[in-house]
Design a protein around this ligand. Structure first.
Ligand code: PAF
Length: 277
């Protein structure tokens, strides 16, 4: 595995490497990331992982400075799994102020975008830059960031990028908590309580599968049960898997998504639901 910090070296290394499969990350890797890298291995002769904490996607007062940076440990985990780790500095990625950015579709202003204005523009912009640098045939993103995956699929489709996007399943801890680098911000007591987010989504899923169709009532119940346990809820929303809009009547491929704060930590999770009928 080769660790590369500069754009020039990356381009030289990858010049003769197709097909490349790519996993963009912000580092602090956990089992969920490693799963994505293993999926990438099935799709490319050369597997590239980027590690870059992208300032463009963090708002004022968010955790950009605090975000865990663990390059050495990340490289140790990737040894034997990835061929190239691209870990540029902020100056390498943004040698001049990034005054041209991607404006994502309106859906990016809902759900997480409502609480984090500009977040998906920052994500889409850095991912487009990374795609241009790595020029992968395949790129793998986690379904844990469901709205991000949707925005990236739109980016690829609307800008005609010749890249196949693959969504990797969310990896969970034994109690059901979705793995996330931000879980380490939780105190021991909060970590114990954090499982309630995925349990709440399971309850919504069970109700939908049992035939309940009043999605607004299910969202409200979920929101209230989280709030009663001390969570500050940004949203609980039942949406269409395909569009992330409110489901059309009779639509069966749904997803329930939620974002909520436990103490100072904002956690997100989602569950796909395929209704029978
Ligand atoms: O999901 C992430 O880790 C980041 O949002 C990404 C896709 C690497 C862009 O910075």
């Amino acid at each position: 595995m080769q660790l590369i910090h500069s754009v020039a070296e990356l381009r030289a290394r990858l010049a003769s490497e197709p097909p490349v499969a790519f996993v963009p990350t912000m580092g602090n890797l956990h089992a969920g990331h490693l799963d994505l890298v293993r999926i990438a291995r099935q799709h490319g002769r050369c597997v590239v992982v980027s590690i870059f904490v992208n300032p463009l996607q963090f708002g004022v007062g968010e955790d950009f400075d605090q975000y865990p940076r663990t390059l050495e440990a990340d490289c140790a985990q990737l040894d034997g799994l990835a061929d190239v780790v691209f870990a540029p500095s902020v100056a390498e990625m943004y040698p001049a102020p990034q005054t041209m950015t991607v404006t994502p579709p309106p859906i990016a202003s809902e759900l997480c975008g409502a609480a984090r204005p500009g977040h998906f523009s920052g994500v889409a912009t850095v991912v487009l830059k990374l795609f241009n640098l790595v020029q992968p045939q395949v790129a793998v993103f986690g379904k844990k960031d469901y709205q991000q995956l949707h925005v990236i699929r739109q980016l690829v489709a609307q800008f005609n990028l010749p890249i196949t996007i693959i969504g990797g399943e969310t990896v969970r801890a034994a109690d059901g908590l979705a793995l996330s680098s931000r879980n380490q911000y939780l105190s021991a007591a909060e970590r114990g309580a954090a499982v309630f987010l995925s349990q709440t989504l399971q309850t919504v899923k069970q109700n939908l599968c049992a035939g309940v169709r009043d999605t607004a009532a299910l969202e409200q119940q979920a929101l209230e049960s989280l709030a009663q346990r001390g969570w500050q809820v940004d949203y609980v929303a039942i949406r269409s898997q395909a569009t992330l809009a409110a489901p059309a009547p009779g639509e069966r491929a749904l997803v329930v998504l939620a974002a909520a704060r436990l103490g100072h930590t904002r956690l997100i999770d989602n569950l796909e639901i395929c209704l029978e009928g």
